[in-house]
Design a protein around this ligand. Structure first.
Ligand code: PLP
Length: 377
């Protein structure tokens, strides 16, 4: 493929070379079933154990706290399903108004089943912690609140939110989708019962993720079968994926020097776009580095995305996993972004992004938006 400019790292990231090599080797030589008791199986099991340790270190947890799944969608569904079973006598679910569909649509399903799902408002300033208490009651079964929003990069104060919840009632199960936090923000493990992540968002492979579970809380399975992962997640272990996730976790934990670089690139990009009249969603909020959600009055995001694509620049519109849908993202709408700017594109960088790429993006975006705004006049 000719040179391209990848700015959609919140949708997925490029697999790192070390991850790719480890997986290629393991898939060929270490193809044993990790549940088999002969040497080839035991070798696979050892690799899984080693990866589990590496992944646990992302949460400052123990290997036993990690349950591997097929990704964050499955992890989120499992945790929600489990929490409602644990607190079967309760009917209220608290969540944020800006969750990823893997949480939002799972909760929609439970709302149809009779649960009361309350979405806590999120504005561009973040969450109003003083308001939080009004949502708490002894009928709350679960609070599911993401750590970092995938569309805007906004960081939420999960430790504070969950502390408040647990102080009110320690039996309310607290879950945070931390998919977009890994390698970019602190993982909020202090008060959470469950945290969920996905390897392909931090330079690991697709189709593998995990649940981090606090030791003392129950986790009921969503899938039944051969009893792998201590009976919580049946199905033959994805050994190659797990190995890849382990390498990606170790690389992420040891390389945070790109954060400052991304902060600088983001500032440079945003300053240039603001001069052209751009509206940057959550501009003054606490955000992860390298994520900019931007709208221009009179510019249709899908049109801008297509024109950027012609220049071999890849950005997204709407939510990561539904970028082919046209229209205003429900997250942007829920946050109350002014209508004129609500058609936004999301630019998301990674540790592989270079300064030249950001410069090319900035220049091209400015040219294209000027032209698009002129055609509106
Ligand atoms: N949660 C968030 C915040 C995400 O950004 C995504 C993917 O875009 C997911 C969950 C789903 O992850 P997976 O692709 O592993 O199912």
């Amino acid at each position: 493929m000719d040179k391209y400019y990848y700015f959609d790292n919140n949708a997925t990231t490029r697999i790192s070379l070390a991850v790719s090599k480890a997986m290629a080797e393991a898939s060929y030589y270490e193809y044993g079933n990790a549940s088999s008791s002969y040497s080839l199986g035991l070798q696979a099991r050892e690799r899984v154990t080693d990866a589990r340790k590496k992944v646990a270190s992302l949460f400052s947890g123990e290997p036993d706290d990690i349950i591997f799944t097929s990704g964050a969608t499955e992890s989120n569904c499992t945790v929600i399903h489990s929490a409602l079973k644990t607190n079967a006598d309760r009917r209220i679910i608290l969540t944020s108004a800006v969750e990823h569909p893997s949480v939002a649509n799972t909760l929609k399903h439970y709302a149809e089943e009779g649960y009361v799902v309350i979405s806590i408002p999120v504005t561009e300033a973040g969450v109003d912690l003083d308001e939080l208490e009004q949502y708490l009651s002894r009928d709350v079964a679960l609070m599911s609140f993401m750590a970092v929003n995938n569309e805007t990069g906004m960081i939420f104060p999960i430790d504070e939110i969950f502390r408040c919840v647990k102080q009110f009632d320690s039996n309310i199960i607290c879950h945070s989708d931390c998919v977009q936090a890994v390698g970019k923000a602190n993982i909020p493990f202090s008060y959470a019962d469950f945290l969920t992540i996905s390897a392909h968002k931090f330079h690991g492979p697709k189709g593998i993720g995990c649940i981090y579970k606090k030791r003392e809380v129950d986790l009921h399975p969503l899938l039944y079968g051969g009893g792998q992962e201590k009976g919580i997640r049946s199905g033959t272990e994805n050994v190659t994926g797990i190995i890849g996730m382990g390498v990606a976790a170790a690389e992420t934990a040891s390389s945070l020097e790109h954060i400052e670089f991304l902060q600088r690139q983001q500032k440079k990009l945003e300053d240039a776009l603001l001069k052209e009249g751009a509206y940057i969603v959550g501009r003054r909020a606490d955000r992860v580095p390298g994520v900019t959600n931007v709208g221009f009055s009179g510019v249709e995001a899908y049109e801008l995305q297509m024109q950027l694509n012609r220049k071999r620049i890849f950005v997204s519109t709407g939510s990561a996993c539904s970028s082919n849908k046209i229209g205003i993202s429900p997250v942007i709408r829920a946050m109350g972004v002014p209508e004129a700017y609500a058609s936004t594109v999301r630019i998301s960088m990674s540790k592989f992004t270079t300064e030249d790429e950001v410069d090319y993006l900035t220049e091209t975006m400015l040219q294209l938006t000027r032209k698009l705004m002129d055609t509106q006049k």
